[in-house]
Design a protein around this ligand. Sequence first.
Ligand code: ZN
Length: 89
Amino acid sequence: MSVERGILVIDTDTDRAWVHGPCFVCNDVMTYNPNKVPSLPAEVTGTHRQPLCRKCAMKASENMIARGLPGFTIAIDAYEAIPVEELPR
Ligand SMILES: [Zn+2]
């Protein structure tokens, strides 16, 4: 799994999967695509790569851009379920 926080949910009726868990910064519970959710790297969190909700990702991106760093690009499906076959193996 590319993000180590939250619970992986697999809907066998629709063959779709998502992760349900808290944002690393604000702890709001969200549903997200484990492959595309914006996240903070392990070097920053001190543990694993950690997911960010849309609000915190946008705020972090603004801060990064203000410091001359590339901001996050938030994928259109970052907070959507994905087909089960796209899960990391
Ligand atoms: Zn958040």
